[in-house]
Design a protein around this ligand. Structure first.
Ligand code: SF4
Ligand code: SF4
Length: 246
């Protein structure tokens, strides 16, 4: 059972909210990435879609094209893709069309998090982006409307596509392993839009959390760390330190 193009059209209609409408977060991470938002460049994140989603996008816009690998790592990513999936790339942030973003664009940096009982309890995140993505150091910036639409969209996807559900069950287990190795609280944005954490060795129990329970990462640790990271990337030396949302 897989989702069809018309299912993705409905998913897009349900899910258009910004993560944090008071923040243009792309401006915060772009100085660390040659002036482009981190999640909008294939050097950091290659959008992967189902072929049915690709069919929908092709019929709606010329924003997207097939992704051409540019190095060994990107070649391996493309070679390892399931036959039902395709790697694509857009024309870049300056040409973004909000209504024609992929589901992955809309959800980034989050994925649907399943507990060990396979219940969808909230939003987990792609931890490999912690050092660059401002949102992951400022989880309190994520708005309830985004969480509601995210869950609504993915619940429809899972009704139509059981393989997608299995993929996120696996991703959730990987996130648990990573945070358990770190001996750190695993952050979750719950279905009610509030912050939760799973402490190590508590069998996955979700407990309410405060933003200060989670540390800032990489460039977002301090103005000094941000300036240093921007300098290393030859970014805008006048870029101000992004807001801290607590
Ligand atoms: S979601 Fe994260 S990586 Fe994407 S634009 Fe916002 S801060 Fe940058
Ligand atoms: S479609 Fe928009 S949000 Fe998605 S990768 Fe391109 S520029 Fe970024």
């Amino acid at each position: 059972m897989t989702a069809k193009a018309k299912d993705f059209a409905e998913i897009y209609a349900r899910f258009g909210a910004s993560i944090a409408s008071r923040h243009d977060c792309g401006r915060y991470c772009a100085p660390l990435n040659g002036g482009e938002p981190v999640c909008c460049t294939t050097g950091h994140a290659i959008p992967i879609v189902q072929k049915s989603e690709w069919k929908l996008l092709k019929g709606r816009t010329d924003l997207w094209s097939k992704f051409e690998p540019f190095d060994k790592t990107s070649r391996e990513i493309v070679d390892d893709l399931h036959s039902s999936c395709k790697a694509i790339e857009c024309k870049g942030a300056a040409f973004c069309e909000r209504d024609n973003r992929t589901l992955a664009c809309r959800a980034f940096p989050f994925f649907p998090y399943f507990n060990k009982k396979r219940e969808l309890v909230g939003l987990g995140y792609y931890w490999s982006f912690e050092d660059r993505c401002w949102v992951l150091s400022n989880l309190a910036s994520v708005e309830k409307e985004f969480v509601d639409e995210f869950l609504d969209a993915y619940e429809l996807l899972f009704e139509k596509d059981d393989e997608e559900l299995e993929a996120f069950v696996d991703e959730s287990a990987s996130m648990r392993r990573v945070f358990s190795r770190r001996k750190a609280p695993l952050p979750i944005i719950g279905r009610d839009g509030k912050l939760y954490k799973i402490m190590p060795k508590t069998k996955g129990k979700l407990v309410p959390a405060k933003p200060s329970d989670f540390k800032a990462y990489g460039a977002y640790k301090s103005p000094k760390a941000y300036r240093k990271a921007v300098r290393e990337e030859n970014g805008d030396p006048d870029a101000p330190f992004p807001p801290v949302v607590r």
